[in-house]
Each structure stands twice: as C-alpha cells, then as structure tokens.
Design a binder for this molecule. Structure first.
Ligand code: GDP
Length: 426
C-alpha cells in the first residue's frame, strides 16, 4: 500500500515529524520532488536533525530510503547528510538513488546566486541551492541524469556543449568567471564515485515492492501553495509539491496511492516572498515565532525567521483539495496554548467581495483577511493522548477548522516527538 505525506500550505507544516512517525510501519520511504532547498526537522532518540536531502526514514533500520527520479539530487549534500547521521550513532541507512534522478551541478548554485544578485530587491527569496536553474535545465533537456555518469563518451561531449551554452550567460549577462569543460567532467567523476553504490532502477524496485504488498511512504517537500502550477506563481518552487506528482517522481502508477495525508499546521508560517493574507507582524508575530515549532519558527535550511500568521482556512481548504486529501494531520497545536483568543482567517475580501475559494496570484495580492476569533484554551496540551482529554475550546478549534476546510482531521500533533500524537477515528 502506498501513502503520501504532503503539505497543505507554504511548507514547514511538520511533515518531517509525521513522516518519521508513519515511518515505523513503512518498508520504503521515497522522496519524489524538490531538492536540498527545504528541510525537515526531526526529533528522535538519536537527537535533533535537519535533513534536506535524505528521506526521514533513515532513522529506522527496517526501512529503505529512496531518492526518486523527481528529486534535484545534490550528491555532496546527500553524502554529507549520510555521514552526519552515522556520526550521531544512527545505523548506516539503506539508501537507493534512482538512475533517472538528475544531478544538481555546482554551476546551478552559482546561477541561482547570480540571478538573485542581478534581481537584487526583486528577487524570489531563493535559498540558492540551485533548484530553479536545475529544473530549468532538466526541462530544457540539458541536465545530467545519474545514468549518464556511466556513459563516458556522452559525458565528454556533453560537458563541452554545456560549458559553451552556460558561458554565453556568464560572460554577457552576469559578467562572472566562465566554466571549463574539464572541471565539469571532473566534478561529474567525483559525483560518480560517491553515488555509484546506491544507484538503482527505482521504478522497477517499487513495482516489485508493490506486488509484494510492501508499505511505501511518499514524502513531499514544501506544500500545495508552492506548487508551480497550482501555487502562488511565480513565488513557488520549481517542482510539483502535490501528491499526484508522487506517482511521477517515484515512478509508480497514480492509482497505487491509496492514502494522502495532508499536513496542516495550527497556525501559518511562510518563508520567502509572496502574498500571505493572514500574516501578522510586530510583537504578536514575534511571540508566535518564538514559541512556534520546536524552538522557534526559523528556517531549517537557512535559519531565516519565518513570516507568521493565523490559520488560513481559505488557503488550507484549497491546499487540501489540490493534494486530494484523505486525512489531515493537524500539527503544532500545543504552541497555541498561550493565547487568550485565536483569530482564524475564514474568508478573503477581494474588491469588496468575500470569498472562501483561493484565488489566482494577482487577486490574492489584493485579498484582505476576514477573521473569526475563537476562544483559546490557556493550557499546556502536551502529553495528552486521547482526543476527549483535550480542553473543550481546543477541540472546538479543531472541529471548527475541520468544518471550514472540509477534510477529516484524523491526527492531531501536540508536541515535536514521535509519540506526541492523538488519533481520531473518523
Ligand atoms: P516540515 O518541513 O513540514 O517537516 O516542517 P519543519 O521541519 O519546519 O517542522 C516544523 C517544526 O515543528 C519542527 O521543528 C518540528 O520538530 C516541530 N513540530 C512538529 N510537530 C510539532 C508539534 O505538534 N508541536 C510542536 N511544538 N512542534 C512540532
């Protein structure tokens, strides 16, 4: 059976924790999109880890962790992460890398940084991990696929062709040092050495695993609103963040994905630029940021303070719909225990009209939040194991949001640890 864990919003919903938790019953965990630009924070018995490339399943010795073909594969980062995990005492993880995954090259990171520099104040807030230049090259058909590392004649010809093309931009647009084909070739040879033991025909492996009845978990990065088609374009990421893409980015039939667990955080946070309707500022935001997540809402990759906001029912309803949600995991609810009252965004006012349907970007930029204020519960809910034991106002908050978004909240996360979870039978 195949399940997917994906985000409803802008990312940082707490997918890492939910994946880690569901990893217990999974034989295989697959990353199917994105690159080292976002991260999951995972707290477990070995310590606290910020993973950017490795699937969260690396902490279990019974799971195989897979980097699917849809991922932007940063080979040195992957190996750095494997080392850091092993150094902290985690048994060497079983890892497979798709022979059809493409490779993030050092020049992708340079182009990312050069473009941000060129755009200056108008930049997209990229993490400079090379993701946008990487996916541009993939679809322009000038990327390097892992399988190509094993075709020396092709590589020797291709590095010359690519240096020629990139150097036009480096010289005339960015005025930066040029690429040398020999350096590119050597870089690829380094990568080949590192990745060779892990290379696998992943779609065939998963085909067989499905036939054998294995439990497979697809692990998404970021959230619906960062999807290049259905998100807040152009302030989006460069690969699809939707569960549907899990089929492509892992190489399995779409109808095999039976459960789609969409993670929604009990309040909002976002990184990077772009419209954020329920955003809050000043002391109110600082307080929530400081208390948020596990030790504050700061980027797992960049350390940047996240933009904060109240729960947004409009964005989350849409985010859940685009994922094809079967279950909602509602996370980080414990953090809200300090509030007397909790505003929830229930509609957007756009040009004088209120809507509950998430609009396209140019209308989103005009949207003003319509709030409903719910009473807080003023209690620490960490450690509670049964839904009925939650304070009444806390249950009301959950049930109100569930009704607004229209998808069942079957899991409530009330702490960062693996066991801080309350299941609800729906
Ligand atoms: P992801 O990218 O979606 O995995 O999100 P993050 O890595 O940014 O995770 C959000 C943060 O919240 C991490 O520091 C988690 O350890 C933490 N976290 C996850 N679930 C909960 C929860 O229910 N309560 C609290 N307090 N923290 C949580």
């Amino acid at each position: 059976m195949v399940k997917a864990v994906v985000g409803a919003n802008w990312g940082d919903e707490g997918k890492g924790k939910i994946t880690d938790m569901l990893g217990k019953e999974s034989d295989i965990i697959v990353r199917f999109q994105g690159g080292a630009n976002a991260g999951h924070t995972i707290v477990n018995d070995y310590g606290k880890f910020a993973l950017h490339t490795l699937p969260s399943g690396v902490f279990y010795d019974h799971t195989t962790s897979i980097i699917g073909n849809g991922v932007a594969l940063d080979i040195p980062k992957l190996f750095g992460e494997i080392q850091s995990v092993v150094e902290k005492g985690v048994p060497a993880p079983k890892i497979l890398v798709s022979d059809r995954a493409q490779i993030v090259m050092s020049y992708h990171k340079l182009f990312d940084a050069y473009e941000e520099e060129r755009l200056a104040g108008k930049s997209f807030g990229s993490t400079k991990s090379g993701i946008a230049p990487f996916y541009s090259d993939k679809y322009a058909k000038i990327g390097f696929q892992v399988s190509e590392l094993f075709d020396d004649d092709l590589l020797k010809e291709k590095v010359v062709r690519i240096a020629e093309q990139k150097n036009v931009l480096l010289e005339h647009l960015y005025h930066k040092p040029l690429l040398n084909p020999d350096d590119l070739y050597n870089e690829l040879m380094e990568y080949k050495k590192m990745v060779e033991p892990y290379v696998c025909n992943v779609s065939l492996f998963l085909h067989n695993a499905i036939k054998e009845g294995k439990n497979i978990l697809l692990e998404g990065q970021l959230g619906s609103l960062k999807d290049p088609d259905h998100g807040i374009y152009p302030m989006v990421t460069s690969s699809s963040t939707l569960a549907a893409y899990g089929a492509i980015g892992a190489g399995i039939p779409p109808y095999e994905i039976k459960q789609i667990i969409t993670v929604c955080k009990a309040y909002s946070s976002a990184v990077g630029a772009g419209a954020f309707v329920s955003e809050i500022f000043g002391d109110e935001a600082d307080e929530l940021r400081k208390r948020g997540g596990d030790g504050g809402e700061f980027g797992a990759t960049t350390g940047r303070p996240r933009r904060m906001g109240w729960f947004d029912c409009v964005a989350s309803k849409y985010g859940c719909r685009m994922q094809g949600t079967t279950d909602v995991a509602f996370t980080v609810l414990d953090v809200l225990g300090y509030l007397e009252e909790i505003p929830v965004c229930v509609g957007y006012e756009i040009n004088g009209e209120v809507t509950t349907e998430f609009p396209v970007t140019h209308l989103l930029e005009k949207a003003k939040p319509v709030y409903k204020v719910l009473p807080g519960w003023k209690e620490d809910i960490r450690g509670i194991k049964k839904y009925e034991d939650l304070p009444e106002n806390c249950r009301k908050y959950i049930e109100f949001i569930e009704e607004q978004i229209g998808y069942p909240i079957t899991m409530v996360s009330n702490g960062p640890g693996r066991d801080d979870i309350i299941y609800r039978n729906k």
